[in-house]
Write a protein that binds this ligand. Structure first.
Ligand code: ATP
Length: 593
C-alpha cells in the first residue's frame, strides 16, 4: 500500500474516531454489532446536519422568489418507479466472490497483483465436504501459510458449524496458477475469484398493507426527485408560479448499495437535497425572445435573463451551487467533472459533478444535470395525466410567426433529431405534433436538476475542518490538539460560555445571564468545569467558533469601563477581544447565520 493510501486511511480513522468521541456520528445499532451502511448522528452531528439543511433550504427556497418547497412521502405508488425507469434500470453491475458469495460493485474493484492458487475443494474430519474448485489470489508479499489460513477461515465462516474447527479443514490438491499483474478478477477483501458482472437493482423493496403479496410491493424511494415530478402539477396549479421556477425538497433516500464504504460517504440510508428547476424549452424562448443566449466563458450569470435557454440555466445553477459551497467553507476543495457525451444518459444534455477533496480521494458531492423534459414526459405518458403548462406569452408570440418561420423551427428540430448519436430520434409526426402544441402555448417544462447529498456534505465539511496542531504545555510536554475549523454557519455549537471560576457566584450568575441572552438566538454551550484552557480545547474539538469568558472585569472589579464586558475568543485566529455584553448579539448573529 502506498504512503498516500496509508495516510488517507489514518486520517479517516482519526475523523471517524473524533466523530464518535464527540458525538457527531455513531455506527447504527452498534450494541448489536452494527448494521451495514447505515449511520446515526449524535447530538453534535444532528445540529451540524440541521444547520446544513437550513442553509440549503434558505438559500435555495426562502431567499428566492422562484423556488418553492415540498415535503413528500418516502413511500409512493410503485408506478412512479416504473415510469421513471428505476425498476428496470436503477442497477449497479456487481460481481460475487466464488468463495464467500460476498458482492462487490464491478467498477469498485481495483487492480491487484499476485499468484493464483487453485484447489479442487476442501473437506474436514466432520465429514463435511466442499466439492467445487476454488481459485484465490495470493497477494504479492503474502506467505502461502497465511493464504491457506485465510482461505480456511473464509470457508469455515461460510459453511457454518458443519465444517468443524477451522484449523482442521483440509484444502485439496493445491496447485500454483498464473502470476497476474493487473487483475480485477478477485475480490478485494477475500481474494476469491469473482464471477461474471450482473446487474443488481439498488432499490429497497417493502410491502404496503398487511397481505404482503407481490401485488403490495413498493420501494423506499432511492431519490427525492421523483416526488417533485409526480407533484409538479399540484404545486404549479396551487402556487400560480410561472416557468421558470423550481421545486426543492430535502429528505431521506435509500439505496441498497452493493459496497457501502468510506464512512458515511456511500450509505444505504442517506438524505438528499434536490432542486428541480423547470424551464421553457429553447424553442419557446426563441419564439418569445427572438433568440436563445449562448453560453460563452465569462458570461454574466448573476441575474437570470428571459433569453436564457437550458445551457445558460445549467451554467447558472453550477455557479449558484459553487457559491453555496463557498458559503459553508468548501470553496477551495471543489473540482468539477463535466460528463462527456459518452458518459451522458441519452436524455441528458449536460451533467456536471461537483467533486470534493476527501481524505480517500476526490469524489462526487453533487450532480447538476440538464435533463430536458425526460422526467415529466415519462410521467405524462405512464400516468396519461397531462404535465403540460400553458404559456400565454408564448401563444401570443407564436401567433405572430409566419408559416415559413414555423416550418423553419420544425426543420431545425428535425435536423437536430437526425443528428442524435444516442437514443431514438423523435419521428417527424411526433415533432410536428409537439410544435403544434408549442405554437398554441403548451409544453412540458424542461428541467435543470442540482442534486446534493446531505450526509456527504456533512462528511465533507468535517473532513475539511479537521486539523491537528502540536502544543507544548508549561512543563514542555508535547500534545497533539485537534481543532475542527467548521465554518460558523454550520458549526453545531456557535458559542461556548465560560465563567472564569465556578466557585465565584457573581461570575457564574453573570455567565448564566450571557448564556440565557444568546441561547434564544443560537446554539450555545455553558461550561464551568476544568481550567479555561481545557474548556477552550473541548470546544475547539467540537468545532465551536467562538468562546466567551466572564471574568472579574465583567463584574466591575477593574473599574467601570470594563464592567459588563466579556472576552470574546475567536477559535481560528485565537484573537481575543473585549466586547460589551449588550453588543454580543449584534456582533455574533451575522457571523453565524
Ligand atoms: P454515486 O455515483 O456516488 O453513486 P450518484 O451519481 O448515483 O452517486 P445521484 O443519483 O446523482 O448520485 O445522487 C445525488 C447525490 O446524492 C450524490 O451527489 C450524493 O451526494 C448523494 N448520494 C447518492 N448516493 C449516495 C449514497 N449511497 N450515500 C450518500 N449519499 C449519496
Amino acid at each position: 500500500m502506498s504512503t498516500d493510501a496509508k495516510n488517507a486511511i489514518a486520517q479517516m480513522e482519526k475523523i471517524v474516531s473524533l466523530c464518535k468521541r464527540r458525538g457527531f456520528i455513531f455506527q447504527s445499532s452498534e450494541i448489536y454489532g452494527g448494521c451495514g451502511g447505515v449511520w446515526d448522528y449524535g447530538p453534535l452531528g444532528a445540529e451540524l446536519k440541521r444547520n446544513l439543511r437550513n442553509v440549503w433550504w434558505n438559500t435555495m427556497t426562502r431567499e428566492r422568489e422562484d423556488v418553492l418547497g415540498l415535503d413528500a412521502s418516502i413511500l409512493m405508488n410503485p408506478a412512479i418507479w416504473k415510469a421513471s425507469g428505476h425498476v428496470d434500470t436503477f442497477a449497479d453491475l456487481m460481481r460475487e466472490c466464488s468463495l464467500t458469495n460476498k458482492r462487490v460493485r464491478a467498477d469498485h474493484v481495483e487492480q491487484q497483483e499476485g499468484v493464483v492458487m487453485n484447489y479442487s475443494g476442501a473437506q474436514s474430519p466432520t465429514g463435511w465436504k466442499l466439492s467445487r474448485p476454488i481459485a484465490v489470489l495470493m497477494k504479492k508479499g503474502e506467505h502461502i501459510e497465511s493464504l491457506r489460513k485465510r482461505v480456511r477461515t473464509l470457508i469455515a465462516s461460510n459453511a457454518g458449524e458443519a465444517a468443524g474447527k477451522v484449523e482442521e479443514i483440509e484444502l485439496l490438491d493445491e496447485a500454483k496458477g498464473d502470476t497476474l499483474e493487473k487483475t480485477i478478477d478477485f475480490h478485494p477483501e477475500t481474494g476469491g475469484a469473482l464471477g461474471e458482472a450482473r446487474p443488481f437493482n439498488l432499490m429497497l423493496k417493502t410491502y404496503l398493507g398487511p397481505t404482503a403479496t407481490e401485488a403490495d410491493v413498493t420501494y423506499l424511494r432511492p431519490e427525492t426527485a421523483q416526488a417533485i415530478f409526480a407533484q409538479f402539477k399540484n404545486v404549479y396549479d396551487s402556487s400560480r408560479m410561472k416557468v421558470p421556477f423550481g421545486i426543492g425538497q430535502i429528505g431521506k433516500a435509500f439505496r441498497n448499495e452493493v459496497t457501502p464504504k468510506n464512512f458515511t460517504f456511500r450509505s444505504r440510508e442517506f438524505e438528499q437535497m434536490e432542486l428541480e428547476f423547470f424551464i421553457k424549452p429553447d424553442e419557446a424562448v426563441e419564439i418569445i425572445s427572438g433568440e436563445v443566449m449562448a453560453w460563452s466563458e465569462g458570461a454574466d450569470l448573476s441575474e437570470p435573463k428571459p433569453n436564457w435557454g437550458w445551457q445558460m440555466w445549467h451554467r447558472y445553477w453550477v455557479d449558484q451551487r459553487t457559491k453555496f459551497y463557498e458559503g459553508i467553507g468548501l470553496g477551495d476543495v471543489l473540482e468539477y467533472y463535466w460528463q462527456t457525451p459518452e458518459d451522458l444518459a441519452h436524455y441528458a444534455r449536460a451533467c456536471v459533478d461537483i467533486l470534493c477533496e476527501f481524505p480517500f480521494g476526490t469524489e462526487e458531492l453533487e450532480g447538476i444535470a440538464a435533463r430536458g423534459d425526460f422526467d415529466l414526459a415519462a410521467h405524462q405518458s405512464a400516468s396519461t395525466k397531462s404535465q403540460e403548462i400553458f404559456d400565454e406569452e408564448l401563444k401570443n408570440a407564436a401567433a405572430k410567426l409566419s408559416d415559413e418561420q414555423k416550418e423553419a423551427f420544425i426543420q431545425k428540430r428535425l435536423a437536430a433529431e437526425a443528428a442524435k448519436t444516442k437514443g431514438q430520434p423523435m419521428p417527424e409526426a411526433a415533432v410536428r405534433a409537439w410544435f403544434e402544441r408549442l405554437f398554441k402555448g403548451n409544453y412540458v417544462p424542461h428541467v435543470i436538476e442540482p442534486s446534493a447529498g446531505l450526509d456527504r456534505m456533512a462528511l465533507a465539511v468535517i473532513a475539511k475542518a479537521f486539523s491537528e496542531t502540536e502544543k507544548v504545555d508549561d512543563k514542555g510536554k508535547k500534545e497533539i490538539i485537534t481543532v475542527l475549523r467548521l465554518h460558523p454557519r454550520v458549526a453545531p455549537i456557535k458559542v461556548g460560555v465560560f465563567p472564569l471560576l465556578k466557585n465565584k457566584p457573581e461570575l457564574v450568575a453573570k455567565a448564566r445571564e450571557v448564556y440565557a441572552l444568546l441561547k434564544k438566538h443560537m446554539n450555545c454551550f455553558y461550561d464551568e468545569t476544568a481550567s479555561i484552557g481545557r474548556r477552550y480545547a473541548r470546544q475547539d474539538e467540537a468545532g465551536t467558533p467562538f468562546g466567551i469568558t466572564i471574568d472579574f472585569e465583567t463584574c466591575g472589579e477593574k473599574g467601570p469601563e470594563l464592567q459588563d464586558t466579556v472576552t470574546l475568543r475567536h477559535r481560528d485566529s485565537n484573537e481575543q477581544e473585549r466586547v460589551k455584553i449588550s453588543d454580543l448579539l449584534g456582533k455574533l448573529l451575522p457571523l453565524v447565520s
